[in-house]
Design a protein around this ligand. Sequence first.
Ligand SMILES: *[C@@H]1O[C@H](CO)[C@@H](O)[C@H](O)[C@H]1NC(C)=O
Ligand SMILES: *[C@@H]1O[C@H](CO)[C@@H](O)[C@H](O)[C@H]1NC(C)=O
Ligand SMILES: *[C@@H]1O[C@H](CO)[C@@H](O)[C@H](O)[C@H]1NC(C)=O
Length: 544
Amino acid sequence: MRRLPRVALLPLPLTLALLVAAGAPEAPVSAPRSLVWGPGLRAGVVLPVRYFYLQAVNSQGQNLTRSPPGQTLFKVVIKSLSPKELVRIHVPKPLDRNDGTFLMRYRMYETASEGLKIEVLYGDEHVAQSPYILKGPVYHEYCECPEGDPQAWQKTLSCPTKEPQIAKDFASFPSINLQQMLNEVPKRFGDERGAIVHYTILNNRIYRRSLGKYTDFKMFSDEILLSLARKVLLPDLEFYINLGDWPLEHRQVNEIPGPLPIISWCGSLDSRDIILPTYDITHSTLEAMRGVTNDLLSIQGNTGPSWINKTEKAFFRGRDSREERLQLVQLSKENPELLDAGITGYFFFQEKEKELGKAKLTGFFDFFKYKYQVNVDGTVAAYRYPYLMLGDSLVLKQDSMYYEHFYMALTPWKHYVPIKRNLSDLLEKVKWAKENDGEARKIAKEGQLAARELLQPHRLFCYYYGVLQLPSNMHFRNTRSASPANRKYVMGWSSFLSQMITCPRASASGKDLPEKSFKSAPIDSPASASDRLKASLQTEAGLR
Ligand SMILES: *[C@@H]1O[C@H](CO)[C@@H](O)[C@H](O)[C@H]1NC(C)=O
Ligand SMILES: *[C@@H]1O[C@H](CO)[C@@H](O)[C@H](O)[C@H]1NC(C)=O
Ligand SMILES: *[C@@H]1O[C@H](CO)[C@@H](O)[C@H](O)[C@H]1NC(C)=O
C-alpha cells in the first residue's frame, strides 16, 4: 500500500509488473476471489460427515500453493435457516491441506427441515459466494429418509457413470446362477471356520444370517448397508459377504462349475471375488468425527511438515503380518540413513522379536514426518495404503497380487513408485528418490491428487450402490430374455424369495434357508422382519 502513490505515476505496463512482483511473496488472500465448492454445499448429499473444499486465491486471482502465513483466518459458521428450529451441528476448524486448499467438514445430528445457511468467512469477510443456502430438508446421517429414485440419488452425488473395478468384477458373472450360488456357497465356504454372511435386502430392509464362527466383522457390513438404506432405496437382493481377510473364489471363469459370486473387502489376481471398499475406510467414513480420528478426510489436514522439511528417509511401522515386513527391519538396521522400519507388534513370527526388537507405536499422522512411505502387504493388501496416498509423502508400493477397490485407477511411476515383491530394489528406489527430488515430489503430488479424487467419502457410497445395483440389473436382463424353462435356473438374485415357495430347493447342503433363520439387522425387530418377509413372499408369488 505504501507504494501506491509512486506506482500511480508509472506507465501502465510497468505498474502491472510491479503489482505482480509485490503481490507474489505477500500472497494476501482475497476472500471474494477464493473458491469454494463440494458436495457439502448440496442439501441432497446426505453423508455422515458433509464436506466441501476451499481454494485460497490472492488478490491477483492466483491460487495460493501453500498455507497463508500465520493462523488461518478461514472459518465456517452453519445455522438452521429457521430460527425456530434447533439443529445440532458439529463444525470443526477447517483442515489446512498445506497447499493453499482447505477441507471444511460438518456433522449434523438433526435434520434441518427448512434448510441450512453456511457462512464461509475469512476474518469477517464472506468468501466466494458465501453465505450458501441449502434448501431443506437437509437430512442428518441417521434419518431414515431414503430417496426413492436411485438414479436421482446417484446424480445428486455425482456418482461416476463407470467404475472400472466393478465392471471387471462382474465380467466374471455375465449371469448369476442363483440356485448354484445358494446351494454351493454354504457348502464350500460356510464351514465352522468360515466368515461368510448371507444378506437379503427386501423392501429396503436388511436381513442376514451368519455361516460360520468368525463373523464379528459383520458389524462393518451391517453399518454400511443400514447407512445406505437410510439414504436410497436399495434393490431387493441376495448375496454373500466374506468377512475374512482372504478372497475365496479361485475357480476360473471358463471352469465347470463356474465361479460363485462372493463379495469381499480385498481382491487378488488369482480370485474372482467381487470387491467392496475395505471395512477400514468404510467404518472410518461412517464414524468420522465420532471417535475415529484417522479417516479419509482428517488425514488430509495432518500430513506433517512441508516436503522440504520432511526427513529424507523411507518409513515403516506395522505388525509382523508378512515376512517381507521383517526383512524391512533388517534392511533398516543395515541402512539407517535410507530406511527407518520397525515392527510394533509380534504375532506371526514371535521368535523374531528378540532379534529384531519391537518399535514403539507411532501415531499415523507422524508417518508424514518422512518423505517416503513403504507400503508392504499385511496378510492381504495393507489397508493403510489409501491413507498413505492421501498424505504428501512419496509412496513406495510393494508389488502385490492383492488390491482394493481403487487401485485400478493408479499407475506406477505416475502416482507411486513400485518396488519388487522381495524388496530387492527398495534401497535403490529410495536412493533414486533422494537424487531426483523434483521427480519424486511430482509423483507424490500426482498420487495425492488422484487419491483425493478417488477416495472422497461420497464416492464410497456410490461404489457400494454400484455393486448392489448390478446384479439386480442382470436380473431384469436375464428374466426378460430367458425362456420360461430357463428362468428358474438362470435368474438374478432378487428372485430368490419367490423361488423359495414355488420351487423349494432340495436341501443338498442340509441347510435350508427357512425365513425364520434370517436374523434381522439391528433396526428391525425379529417379528416385523419375518412379517415383512412373509408379506413380500406373497407379493412376489402373486406377480408370477
Ligand atoms: C485454481 O484452483 C482451482 C481449484 O483447486 C482449480 O480448479 C483451478 O484450475 C486453479 N487455477 C489455476 C490457474 O491453476
Ligand atoms: C521448514 O522449517 C523451518 C524451521 O522450522 C521453517 O522456518 C520453514 O518455514 C519451514 N518451511 C516450510 C516450507 O514449511
Ligand atoms: C527378487 O525378485 C526378482 C524378480 O522380481 C528376482 O529377479 C530376484 O532374483 C529376487 N531377489 C532375491 C534376492 O531373491
